[in-house]
Design a protein around this ligand. Sequence first.
Ligand code: XMP
Length: 519
Amino acid sequence: MQFQYEKEKVLIVDFGSQVTKLIARRIRELGVFSEIITPKELIKIKDYHSIKGFILSGGPSTVTNSRFQSVPKAIFEKKIPVLGICYGLQLIAKLFGGKIKSSKKRREFGRAFLFKKKSSLLTKKYLITKRSVWMSHQDAVVKLPKNFKSIASTQNSKLTIIEHSKKKIYGVQFHPEVTHTDNGKQIFKNFLFLICKIKKKWNISSQKKKLIKKIKNRVKKDKVICALSGGVDSSVAALLINKAIKKNLICVMVDTGLMRKNEFNYSYKIFKKKYRLNVKLINASSLFLSKLKNISNPEKKRKIIGNLFIKIFEKEAKNHKNLKFLAQGTLYPDVIESRSSTGSKTSKIKSHHNVGGLPKRMNLKLIEPLKDFFKDEVRILGKSLGLVNQINYKHPFPGPGLGIRIVGNITKERIKILQEADNIFISELVKSGLYSKIWQAYAALLPIKTVGVMGDSRTYENICLLRAVTSEDGMTADYFSFPKNFIDNISNKIINNVKGINRVVYDITSKPPSTIELE
Ligand code: XMP
């Protein structure tokens, strides 16, 4: 656990729910530090004095089985308030002698309505008579444990909110952390400020000084190397480390030739001139292009790009003495996913390119200053470090870049065509104010040509596909609904200005079943 120095925190015990991350986000948004731990990590805790509250998450397990994921009952005796959500509520009920049943009659998925039965600190200013909540459960508590009260019900489940006010133990069957639950934030507010009595103190900007100090103390006089892509995460990580160790940070920018139009030069200038970072630029575009010649298989492309990148980076690293660390912009969601409570790994859909294989090969220690933060928190940090908006609020961009947005063979000409079309799309999004409403947008080239008519002549040219999605973390996504005149205008502009494209299509699939990228 990273934030041992936080004076007050809430620990979220993760039982494997898809939305546990959202609990941590909601609490941090309210100005309180929260951390997600596994049930195993909970058992190892020795010092409880900075823990002001526990939240037990939802999860796929069921207490109706003889073996179920649990917490030691001793945590309820520490005078620390506990809130159980979904599986967390069922676990509390089970541990205190209640009865839980799995039944089709009681299961609820999606919207349900909550009715008040008794007043409670947990539902103050939240439940006057009725509220719309989001449910996802098959099991339900059917008999209250001793000394617990029922606070609210839905039509299908009578014991939807329960409490043991003396011991400050609470449980809710619905998910207050998801936006489909009406005003779920109030439940967290009441738990944190009325029940746990925590003070609102934590904010991301106040972490900056602590992070810089930590990096200084760890690196001392050694050197750190960082692959700087110009994306939000590596940029914020580099600025932060630069504040701590200045010239001992070596940033390497590898120009693969697969970036958006003008983007590489823009980022290089900003980091070199505005922030005065120690940046080494390596132009490898011809090398990438030659290795990718006639390769159309997406996985092969990803492997070639990833491996080339590693080779170039390794070669550069050999030029520096006292190089002991590799900096990476890993974020909190990656950390949580890599140590899931159930130990299950989601099946591999694509091999993501990042510099993951590097530290072992190069015998370097990792520095990941952002590994405790969510993307939106990283942006707050970026802002407080003076990172320009153009980089700080940039959409995510995949490591293999345009290489996986040119479906089929990659050639210099196709890169140029795509860069032009993509630049029109993104510039119009920025101009119209839609850019910030969209999580990720891009243009891609499909590997087929179609017939068109321009003037009085027949054309036989490329298809440009546009994709724009809304999302919270890239795990799921919805396509964005553009006003008709906007999408008409984009289509016109691309056809009129980009030679080589005679058809524009818009991707209207969500994720799942599609992914955000095409390859
Ligand atoms: P998919 O296509 O899997 O993408 O729905 C989810 C998010 O991940 C990004 N992405 C990558 N990011 N290296 C990265 O750093 C990669 O190899 C990579 N592939 C996809 C994608 O742009 C989206 O934001």
